[in-house]
Design a protein around this ligand. Structure first.
Ligand code: ZN
Length: 130
């Protein structure tokens, strides 16, 4: 069952109980970011389904942005196993819950945030990221 951002934000707001304060939401959002990062790294360090090999990204001034983009590396080797994938999806969902909670507390539409960012990305393309 898929849902729209506005429905997700509405459900989130209906379930606000312990974390209604913006102070709690901000700290939970930061904590949840760490939980998500930990789930990604544990896929490499505990499970081993992926390996992370950090190396310098080579960006050539003599190539186009598109050509450089093709040659950049994720530094990930292998694929997530179903267990790690489920855990990361769960942590991403928690992160979205706190982001939607922040939107609700500040009277901002999560759907508008996504739409504006999407339009911005489509307009500027790769140049948005420089
Ligand atoms: Zn795994």
């Amino acid at each position: 069952m898929s849902c729209r951002c506005s429905e997700f934000q509405k459900t989130t707001s209906e379930l606000q109980l312990l974390n209604k304060s913006i102070l709690d939401i901000v700290t939970k959002l930061a904590e949840q970011t760490s939980m998500l990062n930990r789930a990604v790294f544990k896929s490499a360090t505990h499970c081993g389904c992926i390996e992370i090999h950090g190396t310098k990204q080579i960006f050539s001034p003599h190539k186009s942005l598109e050509e450089n983009q093709q040659e950049l590396d994720t530094h990930i080797e292998g694929e997530l196993c179903p267990k790690c994938r489920d855990k990361i999806i769960e942590e991403m969902g928690e992160l979205l819950f706190y982001l939607a909670s922040m939107c609700e507390a500040l009277d901002i539409s999560l759907e508008n945030v996504l739409t504006e960012k999407h339009n911005h990305l489509k307009t500027l393309g790769l140049y948005n990221l420089l």
